[in-house]
Design a binder for this molecule. Structure first.
Ligand SMILES: *Cc1c(COP(=O)(O)O)cnc(C)c1O
Length: 429
């Protein structure tokens, strides 16, 4: 595969952009080699600057649940462009998208838009602290909640890929207020709450972890968190920036029936444009400025372009059978991958919920713990990643990221991916 133009652009990027990338997850540090540069997307496909086409399972890291350049999203954007880019004041579409989000995610009675997932979690935590009058927060090892100072402690995603789960530059005074618990360990939750429950402002969790590969919660785990938070007066925050509208129209909370106090959203709700949101019970959300004393603001918050794209997206995914089809495609892909791994004699397993999935080069049947993810065969993943790339399939360049199937992935793309995988598994042995 010719990669000349990508290589040249990467060399130039290294000179002017730190590490050549504007987000570390785009670097190829976890797999070796250099990142590709892209010039276009079309449905399930990405096209790089050397005109190579790839079936895309990154989907801009989650937002592109309809694939690239979906016609409804594009025409909503074009219509808005004809009316202006932004006004720094309220619009009708903001009311519409807020109403739509509240109708889809049942725990949300009021919602505020921000411009990234990071801002959403940062604001939700400030709100939880303001509301409870407490400082301590709880997060889980391997969960990523954006690059908020106090949340870059044992973090997942790029921080984990680069081996820097505890970022430098975070004052110790901040990280001391963050207590980290192991994911899916009920005893650790019980122990923590026994001693610190009454000092805790909130527990923030990815209710299905998508930043240490893809790890769903064990049965009753989220219920336990709910119970302990209620008992101790701490708020439960579900960070559904990634899982929201991905695993089900109402997120993980719809699947499990566990109702958080606050929810953070991002990715899908902007249709691919920069956006984030946090919302929850009215009684809590009313503590935010201008009604309450918790300050939070944004120059570009509720950007008419992002809102137009997001609304078109949310309306399209609300259509009947959308999630049934998405789930069926992701399942066919996972079943096919496992079958081909078995045939090749490569230890391999998967997790999948709705349109999200995780691949593990592991002998263990069920992956539920951070340690199991870390124990997977990194060399096998690297070989697999590069072989898939050579065969026209673009996966996230890290063993610690979830994969995404979009509505644009059809039977043909799944079949082509499985053919590529057959070669890639063979390359391992
Ligand atoms: C991506 C992500 C974030 C951060 O969102 P940005 O828009 O990148 O700031 C926060 N939480 C989760 C669970 C995410 O996957």
């Amino acid at each position: 595969m010719n990669r000349e133009k990508s290589q040249a652009l990467y060399a130039a990027a290294l000179q002017y952009i730190p590490g050549g990338v504007n987000s570390p997850v785009r670097a190829f540090k976890g797999v070796g080699g250099n990142p590709l540069f892209f010039k276009g997307g079309d449905g399930a496909y990405l096209v790089d600057v050397d005109d190579n086409r790839y079936i895309d399972y990154v989907g801009a890291w989650g937002p592109l649940i309809l694939g690239h350049r979906h016609e409804r999203v594009i025409s909503a954007l074009q219509a808005q462009l004809g009316k202006g880019i932004g006004y720094g004041a309220s619009t009708e579409a903001e009311v519409e998208i807020a109403k739509k989000i509240c109708s889809m995610v049942h725990s949300i009675e009021q919602v505020r838009l921000v411009t990234s997932g990071t801002e959403a979690t940062m604001s939700a935590i400030r709100l939880a602290r303001g509301y409870t009058g407490r400082d301590k927060i709880v997060k889980f090892e391997g969960c990523y909640h954006g690059h908020v100072d106090g949340l870059l402690v044992k973090a997942g995603s790029g921080a984990l890929t680069l081996g820097e789960p505890d970022s430098s530059g975070v004052p110790q005074a901040y990280s001391e207020l963050t207590h980290v618990l192991p994911y899916n360990d009920k005893e650790a939750v019980e122990d923590y709450f026994e001693t610190h429950g009454n000092e805790t402002a909130c527990v923030i969790i990815e209710p299905i972890a998508g930043n240490m590969n893809f790890v769903p919660p064990v049965p009753d785990y989220l219920d336990l968190l709910r119970e302990k938070c209620t008992e101790s007066g701490a708020l439960l925050i579900f960070d559904e920036v990634m899982t929201g509208f991905r695993v089900a129209p109402g997120g993980v909370q719809q699947i499990t029936g566990v109702v958080p106090d606050l929810t953070t959203l991002g990715k899908v709700i902007g249709g691919g444009l920069p956006i984030g949101a946090f919302g929850g019970k009215r009684q809590i959300m009313e503590k935010i400025a201008p009604n309450g004393a918790v300050y939070q603001a944004g120059t570009l918050a509720g950007s008419p372009l992002a809102v137009a794209a997001g609304l078109a997206m949310l309306e399209t995914i609300s259509e009947p059978n959308f999630y049934k089809d998405l789930h069926a495609k992701a399942k066919a892909l996972m079943d096919g991958l496992k079958e081909r791994a078995r045939a090749a004699g490569v230890p391999f397993t998967t997790n999948q919920v709705g349109g999200m999935f995780g691949c593990f080069f592991s002998t263990e049947e069920k992956i539920t713990k951070f340690e199991q993810v870390m124990a997977c065969n990194a060399e096998h993943f690297q070989t697999f990643f590069h072989a898939m790339l050579e065969n026209g399939v673009y996966l996230a360049p890290s063993a610690y990221e979830a994969g995404f199937v979009s509505a644009a992935h059809g039977d043909e793309e799944i079949a082509k991916t499985l053919d590529a995988a057959e070669n890639a598994f063979a390359a391992i042995n």
